[in-house]
Design a protein around this ligand. Structure first.
Ligand code: DQA
Length: 144
């Protein structure tokens, strides 16, 4: 089982950016946590981060050709703006779970909109970085 874990803009700044909202774990801590969990579950997880919307689209498209089984995506700010990401997830038809570290439903109004959500199996929000692990579980439930 091959999973792709995608992270959008500013998530590389975890631990530094707004710790009251996103916590004190660093991006490296997040990578280690996901890698350890995936190993325990016996799945392959490739973890990537970019600040660029087009790069996320390219990685989603490539996942189709690489026969990726499932995608976990935290599109970060592109959640609230990107039709291109919605179209990319729709285009590849790979089961995808959307994750947010913070509880976006309790934040500013502009964060209530998620374009990509319409193409996702589930949205996990407000569980901190454990949300990525929950997303992996949801994908495994769906895929097995
Ligand atoms: C986020 C929430 C987004 O609104 C924000 O732009 C982010 C991170 C989260 O993980 O809580 O960068 O996706």
């Amino acid at each position: 089982m091959k999973l792709l874990i995608l992270n959008g803009p500013n998530l590389n700044m975890l631990g530094i950016r707004e710790p009251a909202v996103y916590g004190r774990e660093t991006y490296r801590d997040l990578e280690d946590k996901i890698t350890a969990y995936a190993a325990r579950k016996g799945v392959q997880a490739e973890i990537r981060q970019t600040n660029s919307e087009g790069q996320l689209v390219d990685w989603i498209q490539q996942a189709y050709f690489d026969k990726v089984d499932g995608i976990v995506i935290n599109p970060a700010a592109y959640t609230h703006t990107s039709v291109a990401l919605l179209d990319a997830v729709k285009a590849v038809s790979i089961p995808t779970v959307e994750v947010h570290i913070s509880d976006v439903s309790k934040r500013e109004e502009f964060r209530q909109v998620s374009y990509v959500r319409a193409a996702c199996l589930h949205t996990v929000s407000g569980l901190g970085t454990d949300g990525y692990l929950k997303a992996i579980d949801l994908l495994l439930e769906h895929l097995t």
